[in-house]
Ligand binder design. Structure first.
Ligand SMILES: Nc1ncnc2c1ncn2[C@@H]1O[C@H](COP(=O)(O)OP(=O)(O)OP(=O)(O)O)[C@@H](O)[C@H]1O
Length: 232
């Protein structure tokens, strides 16, 4: 059994049918990426897994437990965390307060020291308010807030979007360390180089359908594979 098993997921925004029978799996300790053009349905897939969007049909099993139909809050309790594109940190709270708040209701909370070891920059900035952080620091905090709850799986929606290349490098390194430490992650990201540094397997979504499944090694060996689906 895979850690995450998604079968026949259909999601809508009002009357617009966005996801069509999306099926995918993620093994424990694996990093899987979703690639696709703008509007293909990548974010909607992550939101449907997390219960931010309620799928109209289909199944999402995490460790054998059915998540489809549950609220985002319950799904978080069952061990899934979504790091939203907009980061959603509390601007009026400082870094440490943001972390403590995120960990408050978690069953297995990481000690702050462990978070600070992973992100030394957050330790330096621990007394700074969310609004005073740079984009890269906010993104680190958003990831750290997910980690502190020791989730079974983390969904990352465009974590490197809009950040300076040097910051992206730092974040990719931190995510690589998480992957090496056995964290299971699903990554949606436009930055192909970063994606292939992190993911072992890739699904291509096209107009709300899963169009392809490749290993990162297959893509690296035959980069032309992506051209047809992504135009890159
Ligand atoms: N809240 C919403 N209400 C209605 N339609 C939406 C909403 N959010 C997204 N959509 C539509 O759903 C489709 C899939 O969007 P989604 O954000 O999942 O795509 P994506 O692959 O993540 O692309 P992007 O990289 O542009 O975010 C698009 O056609 C988009 O316009």
């Amino acid at each position: 059994m895979s850690l995450l098993e998604v079968k026949g997921l259909n999601s809508y925004y009002g009357d617009s049918h966005i996801l069509f029978d999306v099926s995918l799996r993620v093994e424990k300790n694996e990093v899987v990426a979703l690639l696709g053009r703008n509007g293909a349905g990548k974010s909607t897939t992550l939101k449907s897994l997390m219960g931010v969007v309620t799928p109209r049909s289909g199944s999402v099993r995490l460790g054998g437990e059915e998540l489809a139909g549950k609220t985002a809050h319950s799904i978080a309790r069952l061990g899934m965390q979504l790091v939203h594109e907009e980061r959603r940190i509390f601007g009026s709270l400082n870094v440490e307060e943001n972390l403590i708040l995120a960990g408050l209701t978690a069953e297995n909370r990481w000690p702050l020291d462990r978070i600070y070891e992973m992100f030394p920059r957050l330790k330096e900035r621990r007394a700074s308010r969310g609004t005073d952080l740079s984009g890269g620091e906010q993104q680190m905090l958003a990831i750290a807030r997910a980690l502190i709850r020791d989730p079974k799986i983390i969904l990352l929606d465009e974590p490197f979007e809009g950040l300076a290349p040097v910051i992206v490098q730092d974040l990719v390194k931190a995510c690589r360390e998480l992957a090496d430490a056995g964290r299971t992650m699903v990554l949606v990201e436009q930055n192909l180089a970063a994606t292939l540094t992190l993911a072992e397997r890739v699904y291509v979504i096209n107009n709300g359908h899963i169009a392809q499944e490749w290993t990162a090694a297959e893509i690296k060996a035959r980069p032309e594979l992506l051209q047809r689906y992504l135009g890159v």
